[in-house]
Ligand binder design. Structure first.
Ligand SMILES: Nc1ncnc2c1ncn2[C@@H]1O[C@H](COP(=O)(O)OP(=O)(O)OP(=O)(O)O)[C@@H](O)[C@H]1O
Ligand SMILES: [Mg+2]
Length: 301
């Protein structure tokens, strides 16, 4: 077990579940200094898997929160019309004049003008999805270079003087236009994989799409890792699937695994990440571990 992990567990146990973000942040960083190293360049990570309900949004929200609590400036772009990442981070309802990813994708609005700040974690920013996004795939289909829209918007944001250390893009459960936009805009892809029977079949389809994109549209895209989610290691089936995934994908599979944990399922209805909702839970500890592992995978990926 790494030094980070031991430290994490202690810090999380000490953290309270109060509503003051300063208190939470101090609990996570008792020295009062930022503990996570910033990447050399901003890392833009698409979290993708065309299978529904595998933990994409949970992973985006909680990794983003963990890194932001570690002192890094983090942005979540919600590219899923379901808007689950937005609502999990406090933006279930948007102010009337609030721009969303819809205006960015269809009207050329700047991402910078669509940023909203998370209430509990000031380092965490969101570009929310909106209800209008329900028909976005049909709207964008008509455009030339429609796969490139989000990439151009992210590029513009990062050249606008606005700094982010990490940008996560949550994508919908399909391999449609929004997922493709996410994969083209990103430098890295992180795949949450629910460790269950048949999980590997869907993964083959995703990796084929990624290979195709890499050749055609985004030759720089790298595989950051596969994160096993909702793991039940107390069943033979759960263990077996995990072993199979590791045997097949080797080091791409992250060391950290995310177990089934009820607090992780409850947190979104409180519009909070697990790190502020229940910092002492197993789910919070595991997502902190995953955040540290993600940071350490910068050089390797
Ligand atoms: N480790 C976990 N333990 C328990 N519940 C979890 C865990 N991870 C996610 N969940 C719950 O499972 C459901 C699906 O998770 P999530 O929304 O993150 O998946 P998704 O891949 O983003 O789904 P979609 O494909 O619909 O976007 C949610 O209700 C979530 O709260
Ligand atoms: Mg989702």
């Amino acid at each position: 077990m790494s030094k980070h992990r031991l430290a994490d567990a202690d810090m999380v146990e000490q953290a309270d579940s109060g509503t003051d973000s300063g208190a939470t942040r101090r609990s996570l960083n008792p020295s009062g200094t930022d503990t996570l190293p910033a990447p050399e360049k901003p890392r833009v990570i698409a979290v993708a898997n065309q299978k529904g309900g595998v933990g994409k949004t949970t992973t985006v929200v909680n990794l983003a929160a963990a890194l932001a609590l570690g002192g890094l400036k983090v942005l979540v772009i919600d590219a899923d019309q379901q808007g689950n990442a937005s609502s999990s981070l406090g933006f279930r309802h948007l102010a009337e004049d609030q721009l969303s990813l819809y205006e960015v994708m269809t009207e050329g609005a700047a991402l910078r003008d669509a940023l909203v700040q998370n209430e509990k974690i000031p380092n965490l920013w969101v570009v929310p999805a909106s209800m209008n996004m329900a028909g976005i795939e049909l709207e964008l289909n008509e455009r030339t270079n429609f796969q490139q829209i989000l990439a151009d918007a992210v590029h513009q944001l990062l050249n606008s003087g606005e700094h982010f250390d990490y940008i996560f893009i949550d994508s919908p459960p399909s391999l449609g236009i929004m997922t493709v936009n996410a994969l083209v805009a990103a430098q890295e892809v992180l795949v949450p994989l629910q460790a269950e029977y048949l999980a590997l079949e869907g993964l083959t389809q995703l990796t084929k799409t990624i290979d195709m994109l890499v050749i055609r549209l985004n030759p720089d895209l790298r595989f950051t890792g596969i994160l096993p989610t909702m793991v039940t290691t107390n069943t033979l089936l759960g263990k077996g699937v995990l072993e199979e995934v590791r045997a097949y994908y080797g080091n791409i599979v992250m060391e950290t695994i995310i177990p089934r944990n009820v607090a992780l399922a409850e947190a979104p209805s409180h519009e909070e990440s697990i790190l502020t909702y229940q910092p002492a839970s197993k789910g919070a500890k595991c997502y902190l571990d995953a955040a540290y592992e993600l940071v350490s995978r910068e050089e390797k990926s």
